[in-house]
Design a protein around this ligand. Structure first.
Ligand code: GLA
Length: 729
């Protein structure tokens, strides 16, 4: 039993293998947060003490008990308008213009397993998953909130979401409906968040929290390159290997907001969910609204410890079961090899050369459909341009399969070009304000995915392509931020629903396609990693990590991504040198080592490779097969601290039984007569003796973890070294 309610003390305890999350029902039906951290086996109610604080008001019935204030008590789901002046989780506009909500306990239920969330991604159950539903109610407006807590004991993970129901008789408008709020009564914290831009996503930035609100998020209609929906709250002394860390990851791909407020009392509140800017949702009597789910985890073992918990959770509970282990195809993608300039013959040449190297799948990127010789036209017209290809898609895919490769195709379903048959037939299918010229980006518009007719059109046209050729993989792109988020299918009063309905439409389309093609592998993409989130990962087990394929830049991008997401989700390819985004020249070996820590593939013209390069690539591919399980399923450790080691980047994988490890090091700045390079390894079994492959050296795990692994830095620009360790005992 991982969920218990102690009726005597009115305390809910959610217990995972190592952690405890506790809440208390206080007088008047307020649900208070008591504690989240290492197991204590104790009722933590003693942590709450009520002090009379000026200007922090009291619920009416507690007016003589001035210490009881919603403004200072730690609340599980704080509401706006009733005296808690910190960031609220919920704001509701009632028909009479009031914006006050007062949710009090009604009942609770504990059950085995969990229910899915209608239309939204969610964490899939383990055998021992349990659910706590606490129902709160505002008697005046008839709003009920089911606070859902799903406990994954072996994962040390708790997920939360909220179902809001209008059980009254008036119209209610949700103006803010966060997925979770978590109050930390005391303590001083740093926040680690992941910012970025196109071609440089998920850069970790750490800062100390002070009084006031720190917030980050996205109002771009997508989770965005700029701010990932994953944040970490950690002890200011936490390092990669030690210290308290709390992670909050929203399983959502649209607008999101993460807020952290340090209050007057020194408490810290984290609120995360759909971004309230531009959001509103009309809840008629009898209707319900579900928030996206958020995954919470705590680790006392530093940032690496927290990352490992999220990696395992994503691999085993977010990805579809058939994608949990290794075995994704090594692919070659046509984009950087040909851009829009190809026909079937050229693609077949790529396929033949790639097959000789050991590649397993060819992906035909943008440009095969409608009128699409550059990025100004054709989006929405998902029919094959046979004139350009010189054959049908079936003929092309048959030839590729005959060569011995699988075949994949690029789509950008949610977009529409003004210059397309689709736009000419249905201009109202694009998101666009009435009477206003739309904001353009990449000279394209965004389809109104909130409309069922749009989703139906996309389903039918994509099925038509997928049914008429053998296609094992789809790259699902999304190449602009949304602006003019106005739907011609919704009345004025419901325009605030468009952005969320858009995401529901996209998820619906993905679900329908996967239902029809259960073995289809969909790789997410959004100008690289602009929609790299656990929501997309529920449908797409891998996401193209960045449009920047430069190996040195990728060190930062993939490292930043690894704080929340496992390497088995990161699309990473070896591309040409000089690199197309930076002009940098890096050794092919280094490009291989970096791309290997992802879903491995190539993004170059294989016909232009020298014999030496081809040999190196054959070796890369055989190494990848050799290490695939270790990389996809092993424990991942960042070996360098955020601020340290400007001259190298190092990381490693350790197998579950700790008998095998792979250490990768890229030297980003080779120095003449430089300091002696070494890295301290992690995660090994202290008493095991490891052999470093290719050398006669053996060392205990303890020695390698405490004394470090010295190595000789090769000369030249950006060299890489790798060590494969196998235990001898
Ligand atoms: C995006 C993707 C690229 C490529 C292009 C095609 O930028 O990230 O990999 O598919 O679109 O237009």
């Amino acid at each position: 039993m991982s969920i218990a309610f102690c009726a005597e003390n009115q305390v809910f305890s959610l217990t995972t293998a190592h952690h405890l999350y506790q809440m208390k029902l206080a007088e008047g039906g307020f649900l208070l947060h008591l504690y989240y951290g290492l197991k204590t086996d104790t009722d933590m109610s003693y942590r709450i003490h009520c002090t009379d604080r000026g200007f922090s008001g009291n619920p009416y019935e507690q007016r003589l008990n001035r210490g009881f204030s919603t403004d200072t008590l730690p609340q599980e789901y704080p509401c706006a308008g009733v005296g808690d002046y910190r960031a609220p989780a919920l704001r509701v506009l009632s028909e009479n213009g009031s914006r006050s909500v007062d949710l009090r306990y009604v009942c609770h239920a504990i059950s085995q397993g969990r229910m899915s969330i209608p239309g939204l991604p969610f964490a899939r159950t383990d055998g021992d998953t349990e659910t706590l539903t606490v129902t709160l109610r505002d008697e005046v407006i008839g709003l009920e909130a089911d606070l859902l807590y799903h406990v994954f004991p072996q994962k040390d993970m708790i997920t939360r979401s909220v179902r809001l129901r209008n059980t009254g008789s008036g119209l209610l408008t949700l103006e803010k409906a966060a997925s979770a709020s978590l109050d930390f009564l005391c303590g001083s914290y740093d926040v680690l968040h992941f910012h970025g831009r196109h071609c440089m996503e998920r850069l970790p930035e750490r800062m100390h929290l002070q009084h006031g609100i720190f917030s980050c998020g996205s109002v771009r209609g997508m989770s965005s390159h700029q701010h990932n929906p994953f944040i970490v709250l950690c002890d200011p002394h936490a390092t990669e290997q030690n210290g308290d860390c709390y992670g909050f990851m929203l399983m959502y791909s649209g607008n999101h907001l993460e807020e952290i407020e340090v209050s007057q009392t020194g408490s810290t509140r984290v609120v995360t969910g759909i971004h309230p800017d531009g959001f509103s949702w009309l809840l008629r009597p009898g209707e319900a609204f579900d928030t996206p789910e958020v995954m919470l985890s705590y680790s006392p073992d530093g940032l690496n410890g927290l990352s490992r918990q999220f990696h395992r959770m994503i691999r085993e509970n977010v990805l579809a079961p058939q994608h949990r282990t290794a075995g994704r195809p090594i692919l070659i993608n046509s984009w950087e090899a040909a851009y829009f300039d190809f026909n079937a013959e050229k693609i077949l040449q790529f396929a033949r050369s790639a097959k000789e190297l050991g590649v397993e799948m060819l992906v035909l990127d943008d440009g095969w459909f409608g009128k699409r010789d550059d990025d100004n036209s054709g989006l929405g017209d998902w029919y094959v341009n046979e004139k350009k290809l010189g054959c049908s898609m079936k003929e092309l895919s048959d030839c590729i399969h005959a060569i011995g490769l699988q075949f994949g195709l690029w789509f950008e379903p949610e977009m529409i070009s003004e210059d397309s048959d689709l736009y000419r037939a249905h201009p109202d299918w694009a998101l666009c304000d009435p009477d206003r010229s739309p904001t353009m980006a990449r000279n394209q518009l965004v389809l109104d995915m909130s409309r069922q007719d749009v989703v139906d059109y996309l389903y039918a046209s994509m099925c038509h392509v997928l049914d008429n050729a053998v296609i094992e993989y789809v790259k699902w792109d999304f190449n602009r931020s949304i602006a003019n988020c106005y739907s011609h299918g919704l009345p004025a009063a419901q325009q605030g629903e468009t952005a969320h309905r858009f995401m529901l439409g996209t998820y619906r389309l993905l679900s329908r396609l996967l239902e029809r093609y259960p073995s289809l592998l969909i790789e997410g993409c959004s100008g690289g990693g602009g929609r790299f989130d656990a929501g997309m990962l529920f449908y797409c087990p891998q996401i193209w990590c960045s449009d920047d394929s430069d190996a040195v830049e990728r060190l930062e991008i993939q490292r930043g991504t690894s704080y929340g997401y496992p390497v088995s989700t990161m699309g990473a390819h070896v591309s040409a040198a000089p690199n197309h985004q930076t002009g940098r020249v890096t050794p092919l070996r280094t490009r291989g080592v970096v791309a290997q820590s992802g879903t491995f593939g190539y993004e170059l013209n294989p016909g232009l490779l020298s014999e030496t390069d081809k040999e190196e690539i054959r070796k890369q591919i055989s190494d990848y097969h050799r290490y695939a399980d270790l990389i996809a399923c092993g424990d991942y450790y960042r070996l360098t601290e955020l601020e340290d080691s400007p001259d190298l980047s190092a990381w490693m994988f350790v197998s579950g039984d700790r008998k095998e490890a792979l250490v990768s090091i890229v030297i980003t700045h080779v120095r003449a007569n430089g300091p002696y390079p070494f890295v301290r390894l992690c995660g090994l079994a202290p008493k095991k003796v490891y052999r470093l492959e290719g050398t006669e050296k053996t060392c205990t795990g303890a020695a390698l973890m405490h004394g470090g692994l010295p190595f000789v830095s090769p000369m030249g620009d950006y060299p890489a070294v790798q060590f494969h360790l196998t235990a001898e005992n």
